[in-house]
Design a protein around this ligand. Structure first.
Ligand SMILES: Cc1cc2nc3c(=O)[nH]c(=O)nc-3n(C[C@H](O)[C@H](O)[C@H](O)COP(=O)(O)OP(=O)(O)OC[C@H]3O[C@@H](n4cnc5c(N)ncnc54)[C@H](O)[C@@H]3O)c2cc1C
Length: 747
């Protein structure tokens, strides 16, 4: 040191004048066009000729795509940290993780007091800033479930709700000059941001020394603190090279509102500085620093994980327990989680790198995460690795005429429906738009067009998979047909699907019916439901949901799609179903499939905690015996959510041995949610003899007896043989685990 090895960056420092209000925006947009890394604005909210800096930052964020944004520096006495934290997190989320927080204890006290701000006496600024940083980071720590309490002298926070978590770890930079503020910077901040005109000779080395000492005393690596500097346009490239190599400055922010000056800085000075600093670093053998985590983050690391051995392709986006993005991985839709490391590949190649990392971590659990709606699949875990393929979420129409569509595993089915709708296309998926492609399209996919178009896997033409040995394979009828067979029903056991190619169906307007029945004669209702659905035209698919009795009455809510836009046809097809029991409420709306999927979606962060408890089965007919036993189960209140989805129709047209999903004769898929305490398990056992098998995606029990019901015997034998070929050591095991066949056993 003092060259800390940080990447060299350049920014602009623009006066937020409001006449004309567009002037600072123009300069900010120009900064991005010129390739600068950062645009910053001073913050003087008491100045009538200035725009409010937060509002300006938000506007500029919306007008730009790449450049980072920061106040230079924000005025703490006029910006309460609880609110500032939420403003920053919100803008970070909206801008795709481009916000940094430059912050200072203010000046111009008369003006601040005149605005209602609190004057900080001599020496108090450090304490105020110190407490403010705790508040800011406390609010951003959305992974922490306890409300935030800070008992400071300046800021009291009495149980504030935390969150939202920003899109990335927002760095806190302090505009410090005096020793105690510099020590605070070393202790707590992520960057030091002074202005060169305010520094005397010798201030930079002494400031760095104070910061480094304070950092080390606090158990930090001094390289955790980036050294930024506001400079004038007078500084030459040589001056900046010296500041970089000798004084440790890595981010240069040029002050001034002159477009030509900015242009010269970005096109002449910046490239020359970069080149000479690179050369100087080569000569001195200075090592570039990658991402550094502070001691608190490091203390949250879990055992058995080689955090420092990640390939560069994954290291920058990896998420650990101490990171800001970690809250996303403490809940899936239905489960809680506390993974030790989340790898977030962005390409198929990076998925291969992630699989190689997983192969070196056989002693900790591995979860494959697409959109986090797994019931059988544990895409989150406790202390293990998670490979999140959510970034592979593209949806491409390859040939609208032929209906060929390529979809990434991280896309949600509502997104898929939205892209296909303008082409008059749709892929039947499930009933919920938020479910991910990766989990559903490897298991089956019982959706709103099941009886008309089959399962989701029946529309699959090929799938690209990263296998357990880290190689990539395409599976289709022509290439690796065995793998293709296995991926359609048991895919989670065979690799990570990175791209799917489907033949989508032609779909126009559809009817969506919601009918509420009095199903107090529950056994009779279920029998009649079964008969009516089996007799219905194939364009009718859907489900009926029952729960415990309310006020002595059993209600049944039916949700049905009719693939027709003709009102008479729709009524004609629905009427026999509507007639099976007294109707308490009804609505039928003409809509589109994508609108339906959008309605079945929440963009709120997932909140699942604990473990769901559900059972699943497939039945041919809702026979009188089945109906009686199901009614008895419901009568006890053992299941709060008992859903019967329609299959049959086109699902049954596919030969049973064509895919790993093998129970093709069933007309109904039954799923019951409850708890162990509610007695669901013993009641469910009574239903099992009526069933022909089960759909794994709705089952939370595990073990060999579950697998034996999930796949017909011949299918299971073949799956074990293929598991031996494709994943002999059982790397992929977060879902229903198929043990590889012993050597010598062939299908
Ligand atoms: C509210 C809700 C409604 C549902 N409705 C239906 C429905 O109507 N019809 C239906 O068929 N299912 C339905 N399901 C079940 C759903 O299809 C499965 O839970 C599915 O696995 C969720 O996929 P995901 O990617 O969102 O989940 P994740 O939790 O991300 O993944 C679940 C599991 O799938 C596997 N997996 C994920 N991504 C990949 C990949 N890229 N390659 C290989 N394996 C992978 C892993 O084993 C993982 O543990 C529903 C689930 C919920 C929560």
């Amino acid at each position: 040191m003092p060259d800390y090895g940080h990447p060299i960056r350049f920014g602009s420092f623009i006066t937020p004048v409001n006449s004309p209000a567009t002037a600072p925006v123009r300069l900010a947009v120009l900064s991005e066009e010129l390739g600068l890394d950062l645009v910053t604005f001073q913050d003087h909210p008491y100045q009538p000729s200035f725009l409010d800096t937060w509002t300006l930052l938000s506007w500029v964020a919306a007008r730009t795509e790449r450049i980072w944004l920061a106040g230079n520096v924000l005025n703490l006495p006029l910006r309460p940290p609880t609110v500032l934290a939420r403003s920053a997190a919100s803008l970070d989320l909206l801008s795709g993780g481009r916000v940094s927080l430059g912050i200072g204890a203010g000046g111009f006290w008369d003006a601040i007091e005149a605005m209602g701000g609190r004057r900080l006496g001599p020496g108090q600024a450090v304490e105020a800033l110190d407490e403010a940083i705790d508040v800011l980071r406390g609010i951003w720590d959305a992974a922490e479930r306890r409300p935030l309490r800070v008992e400071g002298d300046f800021y009291r926070v009495a149980g504030a709700k935390r969150g939202p978590a920003p899109a990335h770890e927002i760095p806190v930079w302090i505009g410090a000059y005096k020793p105690r503020m510099l020590a605070l910077t070393g202790r707590k901040a992520d960057g030091w941001l002074p202005s060169l005109p305010y520094l005397k000779p010798g201030d930079l080395p002494s400031g760095n020394r104070l910061i480094d000492e304070a950092a080390q005393t606090a158990g930090r690596d001094p390289r955790e603190i980036t050294r930024l500097l506001n400079i004038t346009s007078q500084e030459s490239a040589e001056d900046l090279v010296r500041l970089a190599l000798e004084e440790g400055i890595s981010t240069f922010i040029v002050m001034g509102d002159d477009a030509d000056g900015l242009r010269r800085f970005a096109t002449e000075v910046a490239p020359a500085v970069r080149e000479q600093v690179d050369r100087g670093r080569d000569q001195h053998g200075t090592r570039a620093v990658g991402r550094l985590r502070n001691s608190i983050a490091l203390s949250r690391r879990r055992p058995g994980i080689d955090y420092d051995g990640l390939p560069a392709s994954l290291a920058a986006r990896a998420v650990e327990p101490g990171d800001a993005g970690y809250a996303r991985y403490t809940s899936s839709y239905l489960r809680g989680g506390a993974p030790g490391l989340v790898l977030r590949p962005q390409t198929a190649g990076e998925v291969r790198d992630a699989v190689a990392v997983a192969a070196r971590h056989r002693d900790v659990p591995l979860g494959i995460f697409s959109a986090g709606h797994g019931l059988s699949g544990r895409s989150l875990n406790d202390g293990g690795l998670v490979i999140d393929v959510g970034a592979l979420n593209s949806v491409e129409v390859l040939d609208a005429e032929a209906g060929t569509v390529r979809v990434g595993p991280g896309a949600r089915w509502a997104d898929v429906a939205g892209v296909l709708a303008p082409h008059g296309l749709a892929i039947t998926s499930g009933d919920y738009g938020g479910v991910g492609v990766g989990g559903l399209a490897t298991a089956g996919g019982i959706g709103w067009f099941a009886r008309e178009h089959g399962l989701t896997i029946d529309l699959l033409r090929s799938v690209d998979v990263v296998l357990a040995d880290g190689t990539a394979a395409r599976a289709s009828a022509a290439e690796n047909p065995d793998l293709f067979w296995a991926m359609r029903g048991a895919g989670a056991n065979f690799g990570i699907a990175v791209s799917f190619e489907f033949a989508a169906a032609r779909v126009g307007k559809v009817a969506f019916a919601q009918l509420v029945f009095d199903a107090s004669d529950t056994a009779g209702f279920l029998r009649r439901w079964g008969t009516a659905i089996e007799a219905a035209d194939r364009s009718v698919s859907g489900e009926v949901i029952l729960g415990g009795r309310q006020g002595g009455r059993q209600y049944a809510q039916a949700l049905l799609v009719v693939d027709s836009d003709d009102p008479d046809t729709i009524i004609e097809r629905l009427q026999p179903v509507a007639d099976i029991a007294p109707l308490l409420d009804q609505s039928v709306a003409l809509t589109s499939y994508d609108q339906l999927m959008q309605a079945m979606l929440s963009d709120a962060p997932q909140q699942g905690q604990g473990e769901p408890h559900s059972h699943s089965g497939l039945v041919r007919h809702l026979s009188p015996d089945f109906a009686a036993d199901a009614a008895a189960l419901l009568e006890t209140g053992a299941s709060y959510f008992f859903a019967i989805r329609s299959v049959g129709g086109a699902v049954s047209d596919v030969p049973a041995d064509a895919t790993a999903y093998g129970w093709r004769d069933a007309n109904f898929s039954v799923a019951a949610f409850g708890t162990r305490a509610s007695g669901l398990d013993s009641r469910w056992e009574k239903l099992v003899p009526h069933m022909d098998g089960m759909y794994l995606s709705f089952e939370t029990a595990t073990g060999p007896e579950v697998l034996a019901r999930a796949f017909p015997p011949g299918h299971l034998t073949r799956l074990r043989t293929l598991k031996r070929r494709y994943d002999p050591t059982g790397l992929f095991r977060d879902n229903f685990y198929i043990a590889p066949a012993a050597a010598g056993h062939a299908a």
